[in-house]
Design a protein around this ligand. Structure first.
Ligand code: HDD
Length: 737
């Protein structure tokens, strides 16, 4: 096998930036290189190594005669093609992956003995896969959905997988309900409708009977479910795990990922539009950012809870529908993940990677969270069908960076050739090799938790407070975020056909927040119900009262960390800005604004009535990146309208340009225009809502700037873009969906 590493090539799609960033190697990518082939300059062979003379014509009896069964070249090609597909993941089928590295800031040896969390000088190779949950492999990236955030660390002690989501809680408390949840959210079984959407009867039927989902529903109906980018969302390990230090002392831990670009979302109407304009929006964004060197970065955060504090909280640490508010236990940022390399082959790497939350290393261990415990079974089990047998760990992307020796043998597609006579232990013939490893030398030993219990199917009463953290989440949102939750619930329940499901769901919402429930009820044309829905986890011979939800007084009622309004808003790095222009545009101001934005790391594209070049007023040529036909405002974060008399006249009369601006306004995006371009803004529907002046105060509250394109103008525009969106614009509820 050649270990030539292909240099990163641009896709056929327009990339964010035309410059290609060097994509660094690490121990894992070097290992993968041994399995990577590049056909550049090579000659074609069959799978058995025979040079192929003609790959375009089958072997026939005469040029118009029947094809001969003898044609092994035809048979090999067609057979391989016929078997190219494997089953998609039963959940998280749609996803995108990237390589990267993790660097620790300070040794965590006081709390864990995991080598990759102890050695500051180590760069741990990482492979990450982001995903949506409900849709098929070909579904849109912009579905309202939870996002998977699965991270594999290739450590010197084996693979550690942190298989998390972009939301810190989950819909259910016990893994035995997972198939029910997934059956409910997936397309309905009779007609397989709808694709990648929770807005349908079976999902809300299940949810309305499962009050433990209330907290997660608040997250899923919030803007967290429609991220602007995989690079701009948080990640969470969800469960409480254990860290164990070299002395055997354990602490509880919650894992977080904090994106350095902040947490940002698109608008729901925008999400639906993007699904049509570019259903690969998140995949392309991740790919392009890495190709252009705008490497996504996230800090690993830990909430560490001493073991003796297990029962200190008003919620149960083992309950995956609860967070540990950051105000109670701060998140310590302990290291940085940088995604710096795109995969060479989607199938070989992103599709075949097999994450498993049971892949742990010494120094990290599980807890008795019943959701976690059931997951431990599911992940290996599902790979047996998906990847076709027990040797999936030998697939290059799944191999650890350390050699594997054990007595497991054979099975479909075995790759390793194990030498010797013995495949059992104890053995005398091979001196009992491979040897077991003492704990002191790194052998894994499970945490010796003391357990004294009766075997019962039950749920702890400490899991029965389903609403106080749902309320905490809702209360912690800004007004625009609250409105978005109301809108999302009204939309989703509006798509539900059975009125009894809508009513039942109102009975859940009313227990979270009466105002929220009232607003949703209004949108649905219903009254708040008198009776509350039954609790779906009552066993057949159980008394419903024993399983009724309990209300717990939370020690905090608002957690600023839960609101995206409080996220980082100090960068425009990798933001996409459209410059609307046409022949006769003012080149000096275009160049000035472009240079200023690019200096801050933004990606700027010139959009004009047609591709090619525009001839500016001073007769210079400006390259056009996209025409109005292929570009769309929903694919950009902000827009600038160029000046120049002729250009402005063209843009004013160009329906696509006016639509671009109208949509950008509707999606609360920053809009800037050269002072000569006022007449283009006058053609928009928001011309009447333009602020009376463009002072710094109005610009930074309204998100609209018109003026001379000078240094001050550029600086203000940059501040506006860093704000992300001007959600307040929606407040008078005048913006059409
Ligand atoms: Fe899961 C995939 C995250 C609960 C069973 N899960 C999967 C992936 C992510 C998560 C990110 C995609 C991994 C990849 O990119 O390949 N899952 C979660 C989180 C959960 C959760 C954060 C709750 C805290 N999952 C969960 C339960 C079960 C599963 C309770 C089953 C009892 N999950 C699976 C699975 C999948 C999977 C069926 C499908 C494909 C795969 O594993 O490899 O085993």
């Amino acid at each position: 096998m050649s270990n030539k590493k292909p240099s990163p090539k641009m896709g056929t799609e327009p990339a964010i930036d035309k410059k290609l960033a060097p994509q660094p190697e690490n121990d894992k990518t070097t290992q993968l290189a041994a399995h990577t082939l590049d056909a550049a300059g090579e000659q074609m062979r069959t799978n058995t190594g025979l040079f192929i003379n003609d790959d375009q014509n089958s072997l026939k009896a005469g040029d118009r005669g029947p094809t001969l069964l003898e044609d092994f070249i035809l048979r090999e090609k067609i057979t391989h093609f016929d078997h190219e597909r494997i089953p998609e993941r039963v959940v998280h089928a749609r996803g995108s992956g990237a390589h990267g590295v993790f660097k620790l800031y300070d040794s965590l040896s006081p709390v864990t003995k995991a080598a990759f969390l102890n050695e500051v000088e180590r760069e741990t190779p990482v492979f990450v896969r982001f995903s949506t949950v409900a849709g098929s492999r070909g579904s849109t990236d912009l579905a309202r959905d939870v996002r998977g955030f699965a991270v594999r660390f290739y450590t010197p002690e084996g693979n550690f997988d942190l298989v998390g989501n972009n939301m810190p809680v989950f819909f259910i408390q016990d893994a035995i309900k997972f198939p029910d949840l997934v059956h409910a959210v997936k397309p309905e079984p009779d007609n397989e409708i709808p694709q990648a959407a929770s807005a349908h009867d079976t999902f809300w039927d299940f949810i309305s009977l499962t009050p433990e989902s209330a907290h997660m529903i608040m997250w899923a109906m919030s803007d967290r479910a429609i991220p602007r980018s995989y690079r701009m969302m948080e990640g969470f390990g969800v469960h409480t795990f254990r860290l164990i230090n070299a002395e055997g002392k354990a602490s509880f831990v919650k894992f977080h990922w904090k994106p350095l670009l902040g947490v940002h979302a698109v608008a729901w109407d925008e999400a639906q539009n993007i699904s049509g304009k570019d259903p690969d929006f998140h995949r392309r964004d991740l790919w392009d950012a890495i190709e252009s060197g705008a490497f996504p970065e996230y800090e690993l955060g830990l909430q560490i809870i001493p073991e003796e504090d297990e029962f200190k909280f008003e919620f149960d640490l083992l309950d995956p529908t609860k967070i540990v508010p950051e105000e109670l236990v701060p998140v310590q940022r302990v290291g940085k993940l940088t995604l710096n390399r795109n995969p060479d082959n989607f199938f070989a790497e992103t599709e075949q990677v097999a994450f498993h939350l049971g892949h742990i290393v010494p120094g990290i261990d599980f807890t008795n969270d019943p959701l976690l415990q059931g997951r431990l079974f599911s992940y290996t089990d599902t790979q047996l069908t998906r990847l076709g047998g027990p040797n999936f760990q030998e697939i290059p992307i799944n191999r650890p960076i350390v050699p594997v020796h054990n007595n497991q043998r054979d099975g479909f597609m075995r790759q390793i050739i194990n030498k010797g006579k013995t495949s059992y232990g104890p053995n005398g013939i091979a001196a009992n090799d491979p040897q077991q490893v003492k704990e002191a030398d790194g052998g894994f030993v499970s945490y010796q938790e003391r357990i004294e219990a009766r075997k019962i199917r039950a749920r702890s009463k400490s899991f029965f407070d389903h609403f106080s953290q749902a309320r905490l989440f809702f209360n912690s949102q800004s007004d625009p975020e609250k409105n978005h939750i109301v809108d999302a619930l009204t939309f989703e329940l509006g798509k539900v056909k059975l009125v009894e499901i809508r009513e039942r769901m109102l009975g859940v919402l009313v227990q979270i927040d009466k105002g929220l429930a009232t607003q949703v009820a209004y949108g649905l044309g219903l009254h708040l119900p008198e009776t509350l829905p039954a609790n779906g986890h009552v066993p057949a011979d159980g008394n419903p009262e024993d399983f009724a939800s309990i209300q717990v007084e939370g020690s905090i009622t608002v957690s600023p960390a839960l609101s995206m309004a409080n996220t980082v808003k100090d960068t425009i790095k990798s933001r996409k800005i459209a410059i609307l222009a046409a022949d006769g545009a003012d080149s000096a101001s275009i160049n000035q604004i472009k240079a200023a934005l690019e200096a801050e790391g933004a990606v700027v594209e010139v959009i004009a009535p047609k591709l090619g070049f525009i001839t500016a007023a001073d007769d210079t040529q400006i390259e056009v990146d996209q025409s109005f036909l292929t570009a769309a405002s929903v694919l950009f974060d902000s827009v600038y309208v160029a000046g120049g008399m002729n250009a402005v006249a063209t843009l004013e009369a160009e329906a696509n340009a006016v639509h671009f601006l109208n949509e950008a306004f509707k999606h609360c995006k920053p809009i800037a225009a050269h002072e000569d371009a006022m007449q283009v803004l006058d053609a928009t529907y928001f011309s009447k809502k333009l602020p009376p002046d463009f002072t710094e105060d109005t610009v930074l509250s309204e998100g609209i700037l018109v003026g001379k394109t000078d240094k001050n103008f550029a600086e203000l525009f940059i501040k506006m873009i860093a704000q992300h969106r001007f959600w307040e614009r929606e407040k008078p509820r005048l913006i059409p969906a």
